[in-house]
Design a protein around this ligand. Structure first.
Ligand code: GDP
Ligand code: IMO
Ligand code: MG
Length: 429
């Protein structure tokens, strides 16, 4: 039995949480393989709404095993808060949650370093979620990090203090004054006190050697779904560097973040919105600064699930989508938020870029340095409430034409179309 993968093909927030939740009844296991609490995955059902940051989106199904893999990074304060909130949603206070001992810890000083680094960059800042993602992965690859399994070691406090003090020295180099900086509304000292407490709590959770755990589940024939965070265009290697996150959000991250072999990978489900959004800095060729962009933000409620920041909005970008499909080997697509563009007379889709005198379909080495002017094809809008139409089992011809257009341009079938935030608002093709 193989491991299917669901990952975002744009700049994150495609609706991964919703689709993982929808697909969960078909799987025995859901596993997160990278990222950390920079993610915000929204799930809505029975009139309730939950936003998951670190916990896999299979958590609401009590029969599903949820694994936080070694490639994920964990802030114990955020994880504790998240789990506490979930107990209102039948998530069984973590009974079906397993955490890798090899997952790295986000220290309070990683969060200070993130803020200091962004502050030093000024106008060229990344637009980080300030959850400490970059500094934690830096310590991981620099071989200085602390892992979940280290909490149990007798010298954990000493190792924590050494790393923390080294970070505080680094922060001075940034000429950043941490005293005025709040972490989730708390002073550094108050956050640190909570953090040390919650690290002890984390040590009492179901910790596993997740690479053995997951390979055993594979051997038992369990059906496994790997849940991506962020999006392919934020990948550390393939995104618009340096305006990216610090992990491999693409398919390779599944193997390194869970300890599974490439030949175990089955379906690769790529998820995209019928338009594009991006939160934070970086190039975005099809970004709209007009009333259509405003309409997308308003109708799509495009405000960050983690930070509340307004998301930048624009038209669907086929060359970017095809790039993500290529890197990930996507075998099927899920289209999200089609309902958001219901009212448009005309829908634009970029199918190439103009770069100087040239028409190109590849993303150049440094899209930050070069102006890419989208070349659009225009499709007629459907001017119909697709949510209602999907419930009645008949979607308008213009809608079908839009779906076929994307399938033709990408060469990949669209298996599911989402027409609203609720679990039930899904149309299977
Ligand atoms: P994720 O990070 O990929 O899980 O996505 P987010 O949860 O950050 O953002 C997706 C947002 O769109 C959430 O507020 C979802 O509730 C919402 N959403 C998901 N699917 C749909 C859809 O088909 N239509 C609409 N209108 N909203 C959706
Ligand atoms: P989900 O999983 C959208 C963006 C940030 C910033 C850049 C780097 O909900 O789709 P970081 O905090 O990682 O140092 O920020 O990446 N970013 C996301 N954008 N969705 C996310 O996650 C994101 N996680 C990070 O806005 O531009
Ligand atoms: Mg999100």
């Amino acid at each position: 039995m193989s491991v299917d993968v669901l990952l975002g093909l744009q700049w994150g927030d495609e609706g991964k949480g919703k689709i993982v939740d929808v697909l969960t009844p078909s799987y025995d296991v859901v596993a997160r393989f990278q990222g950390g609490p920079n993610a915000g995955h929204t799930i809505e059902f029975d009139g309730k709404k939950f936003v998951l940051h670190t916990i896999p989106s299979g958590i609401f199904n009590p029969n599903t095993i949820n694994i936080i893999g070694n490639g994920v990074i964990i802030d114990p304060v955020i994880l504790h808060r998240e789990l506490h909130r979930l107990s209102e949603g039948s998530a069984q206070s973590g009974k079906n949650l397993y955490i890798s001992r090899k997952a790295h810890l986000i220290l309070p000083t990683h969060r200070l370093l993130d803020a200091a680094s962004e502050h030093a960059k000024g106008a060229s800042k990344i637009g980080s979620t300030l959850k400490g993602i970059g500094p934690t992965y830096t310590d991981k690859t620099g071989r200085n990090g602390l892992r979940v399994g280290d909490i149990a070691a007798p010298n954990f406090k000493k190792r924590y203090s050494e790393l923390r003090n080294r970070h505080l020295q680094l922060i001075q180099l940034f000429q950043f004054d941490p005293s005025g900086h709040l972490i989730d509304g708390l002073s550094f000292e108050a956050y640190e006190t909570q953090w040390l407490e919650k690290a002890e709590w984390l040590n009492t959770m179901q910790l596993v050697d997740s690479e053995y755990f997951i390979n055993d589940l594979i051997r038992q024939g369990k059906r496994i779904l790997a849940e991506g965070a962020q999006g392919s265009l934020l990948d550390i290697d393939f995104g618009s560097y340096p305006f990216v996150t610090s992990s491999n959000t693409t398919i390779a991250g599944v193997c390194s973040g869970l300890g599974i072999a490439p030949r175990q990978i089955g379906k690769v489900i790529g998820i995209f919105k019928a338009y594009c959004t991006r939160v934070g800095s970086g190039p975005f060729a099809t970004e709209l600064f007009d009333e259509t962009g405003e309409m997308l933000r308003k109708n799509g409620n495009e405000f960050g699930s983690t930070t509340g920041r307004p998301r930048r909005c624009g038209w669907l970008d086929i060359p970017a989508l095809n790039y993500s499909i290529m890197i990930n080997g996507v075998s099927e697509l899920v289209m999200m938020k089609a309902d958001v563009i219901d009212e448009l007379d005309m829908i634009q889709v970029a199918t190439a870029y103009r770069a100087g005198q040239e028409i190109i379909q590849q993303i150049p080495f440094d899209p930050n340095a070069q102006e890419l002017i989208p070349v659009y094809e225009t499709l007629p809008g459907w001017k119909t409430d697709v949510r209602k139409a999907a419930q009645q089992g008949k979607l308008p011809a213009e809608f079908e034409a839009f779906v076929h257009f994307v399938e033709k341009k990408t060469g990949v079938p669209i298996r599911l179309v989402s027409t609203g935030p609720d679990r039930s608002q899904i149309w299977k093709r």
